[in-house]
Design a protein around this ligand. Sequence first.
Ligand code: NAD
Length: 270
Amino acid sequence: MKDRGLEGRVAVLTGGGGILCASIALGLAQAGLRVVLLDLDEGKARAALRAVEAAGGDGLALAGSVLDRGDLEHAAETVLERFGRLDVLINGAGGNHPRATTSDEQSFFDLPEDAIRFVFDLNAFGTILSCQVFGRVMAQAGEGVILNIASMNAIRPLTRIPAYSAAKAAVANFTQWLAVHLSQTVSPGIRVNAIAPGFFLTEQNRFLLETAEGDTTPRGAQILAHTPMGRFGEPRDLWGTVLWLVSPASAFVHGIVVPIDGGFSAYSGV
Ligand code: NAD
């Protein structure tokens, strides 16, 4: 459904070829936004764009890394050349790495330094760098909306994934910092918020939640037992909250992290 407050606006999604952001892009396109899918994997960005176009939307697929300032600056220039504006930034590039995950075979003490750094860089540094580059464009326009993607782990860390949890906590903290900083020093017309998705079965966490045969792992079962709604999230469960946060409907909402988790964060387990 087209939204009069969003029609014709331009949204950049980093990690735009990923499962959650490709779906969010579809939701944004259906609301009338043009979507720019920036991904390290150009094939995934193109596939996500094809799905948007097939649904009647318009956009652009770009290859680039959120860890490379030059890639991001090139993307920002390309967006302005093509569309002449940049209204929304969704920082979706992120994820865990199996080598940064503790297990019976790999203790916390032996987690490889490069794997820990990889996870910190991708989730925390990649979000900050992207906000610097695309945020500058918004600062010049005096308005815009930034939406970061944190995680349940940012609120309370899960076992086994220390780097991912700490990096997502950094994203949530940075979201608050940037909201205050941009309002006080740049423009009150730029809003910054985050979503904290609960458990969505995707490629980055499938190895933790499902066996090779497709059965739920003991960890997956534990998560479901602690999710009052009793299921994993579907990517479309994010659409409503994202549309609200990027639209004028949330004009006075700034610096918050919204859980989208089927009640996981509300449940003490008892
Ligand atoms: P995904 O792996 O499907 O998508 C991530 C995308 O980021 C991929 O397309 C990948 O190619 C891209 N990417 C990786 N490195 C990049 C880089 N350096 N530069 C640009 N793009 C890069 O994962 P997803 O589940 O769709 O997750 C999207 C976001 O949501 C991530 O930040 C993730 O941490 C977060 N999240 C996911 C869940 C979940 O349950 N799936 C829960 C909470 C938060």
